[in-house]
Design a protein around this ligand. Structure first.
Ligand code: AP5
Length: 220
């Protein structure tokens, strides 16, 4: 299956992607995680991305699309993938369509996670991630690690993302509404969008998502 996950910052895309990717045996491809891995390796791409990410803005399309394409072309993504955080504007969605078309492939669904803004703010404020791997995600209230400040998965140090400050979150939400939300209409026109509520326990959201994916897109 080829799935795009969309939703505001802090909706739980990364959290759900980890479970969905495992259930569906496809790789979880997060452009945010790819940028953060580049930042910790201090690559040129990481240095460029950091300035945009810290301000809550989108990294330029050119580098983002090239990075996503490179990851989607890895052998583990041959039979499908779960995209988290890409595409993030209509130009990226058009670029993804072109990439898929060139390979005679198509998306199966766009899973849209709906969460009210006050809940998103609470989720982001309490989020802690692992220094070794930003896909290891915890929360000070909702998903506490067994040992304070230590990742349950690999023992790495947990920290708060630089872009999770109150001011940057406001910008990220605005960017989401103005630049990312329009891709929902773009994909609705292709009959691919499945919208679910992402409120409630993590496992209940996963069950809801799996059922919605089985039902498929809402049709044109
Ligand atoms: P990215 O890393 O993609 O961030 P985001 O979209 O803002 O999403 P988040 O990672 O903040 O949230 P999430 O929905 O994954 O929530 P999570 O599962 O962690 O992008 C960061 C930046 O990179 C962008 O701002 C941009 O600069 C750049 N970038 C990335 N992709 C790009 C692109 N395509 N183009 C250009 N620039 C790009 O959950 C949040 C918290 O809530 C966690 O603590 C979790 O434990 C908790 N939680 C999750 N589910 C539940 C639940 N059901 N109940 C209670 N708590 C929950």
């Amino acid at each position: 299956m080829r799935i795009v996950l969309v939703g505001p910052p802090g909706a739980g895309k990364g959290t759900q992607a980890a479970f969905l990717a495992r259930n569906l045996s496809i790789p979880h491809i997060s452009t945010g995680d790819l940028f953060r891995a580049n930042i910790s390796r201090q690559t040129e791409l990481g240095k460029l991305a950091k300035s945009y990410m810290d301000a809550g803005n989108l990294v330029p399309d050119e580098v983002t699309i090239a990075m996503a394409k490179d990851r989607m072309e890895q052998p583990d993504a041959e039979n499908g993938f779960l995209l988290d955080g890409f595409p993030r504007n209509v130009s990226q969605a058009e670029a993804l369509d072109e990439l898929l078309e060139a390979e005679n492939m198509q998306l199966d669904a766009v899973l849209d996670l709906e969460v009210p803004e006050d809940e998103v703010v609470k989720r982001i404020a309490g989020r802690r991630i692992c220094r070794n791997d930003s896909s290891h995600v915890f929360h000070v209230t909702y998903k506490q690690p067994a040992k304070d400040g230590v990742c349950d998965v690999c023992g790495g140090e947990l920290y708060q993302r630089d872009d999770d400050s109150e001011e940057t979150v406001r910008t990220r939400l605005e960017v989401y509404h103005t630049q990312t939300e329009p891709i929902i209409d773009y994909y609705k026109a292709q009959g691919l969008v499945v919208t679910i509520s992402a409120l409630g326990k993590v496992e209940d959201v996963t069950t809801r998502a799996m059922e919605a994916l089985k039902r498929g897109g809402d049709g044109k």
